[in-house]
Design a protein around this ligand. Sequence first.
Ligand code: UDP
Ligand code: MG
Length: 309
Amino acid sequence: MPHFLLSLIIPVYNEEKNIHPLVKDLLPLLENYKYELIFVNDGSVDGTVQNIKDITSHNPNVKLVSFNRNFGHQNALSCGYQLAKGDCVITLDADGQDPPQIIPEMIQKWTEGAKVVYAKRIKRVNDSFFKKSTAYLFYRFMNILSDTIIPENVGDYRLLDKEVVTFLNQLPEQSRFLRGLVAWGGYPAEFVYFHRGERKAGTTHYTVPKMINFALDGITAFSEKPLRLASYLGFLTATLGFIGVIYALLTRFFFPGYWVTGWTALFTGIMFLGGVQLISIGIIGEYIAKIYKEVQKRPPFIIKEKINI
Ligand code: UDP
Ligand code: MG
C-alpha cells in the first residue's frame, strides 16, 4: 500500500439517491490507499445526511461535515479543502458524473510530479446544445477578459497536491471561484481525460440564473477589463456626442430651414446613451458588490455538525 494519504471531498446538496451507489463505486477503489472520504453536506433537506451516517457509523475513514444551511458549491469545496489532511486531495461530484475509475490515473500523474491534475471532459456528448454553447461562450469570454487562462472543459473534478491546498487555504479572499484560483496559482498541471455521463439521480443545481451568477463571479474575480470597457464605451459615446453637437450647431446656423427635424437622431442618441450608462453603472456595481462582500468578512459557511473528523 502506498504511504501517502489520499483525501476525497464530495460536496452534497440533496443527493440522497446518489450516496450509496457512489460509495459502492468508490470504496473498492479506495481500499488500495490510505484514504479519507469527506462529505460536505451543504444544507441538504432530504435523506442525504442519514444515508451518509449509515456509512460513517461503521467506517471511520468516511467523514461528514454539515452546514447550517445551503452555502453553495464553491464554499462547500473550500470547507473540504480546509479539513482535508491528505498529501493529495481530489474533489468530485456526488451525482456519478465524475467517474472514480480515473482516480488511479490522476494519482499516477501526481506521483510523476504534477501538482494539479485536472479531469478533462473529452466531449460534452450528454450536455444539451444550450449547456454546450453557454459553456463555450463562458470560457471564450473569460479567457479573453482575464489574464488567468482557465482550461476549457474542466470542472471541479481535480486532484491537488497538499502544497496547492495550503495555498488555497491561505488566500485571504472570501469569494472563491476555485477553478480560477487554481489556474492563477500556476502550479504544474496535467490532464486526465474522461467521458462525462448523465447525472445518476436528481437534477442539476446549476440552473440558468445560477450559471449566469457563477460566470459573472468568475469574470469579476479575475479581470478588471469590464471596468476598462466601461471607460472605453464612455470615451466612444462622448466622441459621438461631440460630433453630434457640431452637427447640430452647423445645421442650426447654416441650414435654419431644417433645424427642427432630427427627432430620430435625438431619440436614438438618448436611448443609446441611457443604455451605455446603465451598463457601465451595472459593471461598476458588480465590483462594488464584490468589495462590499470582502469587507463584511462574513464566514463563507457555518458548520453544524462533524462526524469522524
Ligand atoms: N452542490 C452543493 N451545493 C450547491 C449546489 C451543488 O454542494 O449549492 C453539489 C452537488 O450536490 C454536486 C456538486 O455540487 O455534488 C455539483 O452540482 P451539480 O451536479 O448540480 O452541478 P453540474 O454537474 O450540473 O454542473
Ligand atoms: Mg453534476
